[in-house]
Design a protein around this ligand. Sequence first.
Ligand code: PMP
Length: 379
Amino acid sequence: MDGALERRIRSRLAALESSGLARSLAPPRGIDLSSNDYLGLAHHPRLKKRFAAAIEELGVGSTASRLLRGHRAAFRRVEERFARWKETASALYFSTGWAANLGLLTTFPEEGDLVFSDALNHASIIDGIRLSKARCVVFPHADSAALERLLVRESCAGRRFVVTESLFGMDGDRAPLADYARLRAAHDFSLIVDEAHAVGVFGARGSGLLQESGCSDSVFLSVNTAGKALGVAGAFVCGPAWATDYLIQTARPFIFSTAPPPAAAEAIDEALDLVAEEPDLRHRVRSLARRLRERLDMPPDDAPIVPIVLGGNAAAVEAAARLQRAGYDVRAIRPPTVPAGTARLRISLNARLTAAEVDRFASILQKELSGVAACAASS
Ligand code: PMP
């Protein structure tokens, strides 16, 4: 009965395979150079202990959405703490960063509004904007001059929004937040910043690049994932209380989804303790990132995401396979995660690595990349 559908899907799968775009599921193997566990908290004994104790006390599942029986005091407590940390009036915890972006982008931009979106924004931002009824204008990546030209040219009947990541997840570069703050004063828009890869890693108190760049006051909402540097799961939307109050009323991924396990809120609270007590974790991962770039003759930077852009899909897959055989968990990143022709290795560092491991990896990476180049040249 489903034969025609099966033929269609099998031809799609074959096309992915032949263009080097087929993906597969593979568990962690080797030294971690691909996760987003930047501070190494996912396996931290204190997080494990707190999570286990919370399960004993609160059970495993939340059993319902937050608006029904799924709400717990632990969620409220960690939201209030998170808001203080981000220096906002309020925070609302979503089950994933994906749900947070979808929820806020389908809530605030309405029909008649206009959203300016960075060309390299994450898929959850792109999909959130697509699902909203607002018009979208994509601006060139991290280009504040181009954004300003578009702000002058493109108007709408309603409200204008600018949406960007602060640290870009596949490139490890930063949005010019201070420029956007200045543009906002001149061109009136609401600024939404996704801090998924910056939270826990940057800022004097570890709360992200908004704090580090001193631009917090210019931002309407920020999205802060807890499944990356904080080692747990979920994401906090931070901003004014009227905005989070409205999200509770309208954000469909919040309303129509079972709340995360309550123990996650307790584990995040512990992660926030560790970020406060051990600033050395974020200093260490940033210093390892600086070191790796130096060893690879790349421009200096301390972002823990180091992209090695190879271009072709097959080259990226081959390079990742070579490094995996050498004992490193490095993955190939291909379209549509990154633009066509920019397939890459995305090397991500974490505070559990040592300087000696980073040095050894740098020399093996250089050797394996020259092997890939030689293969490409002879084929
Ligand atoms: N925003 C950005 C910039 C991301 O990189 C990601 C995840 N890779 C998300 C949001 C989604 O977060 P989560 O994994 O918690 O769904």
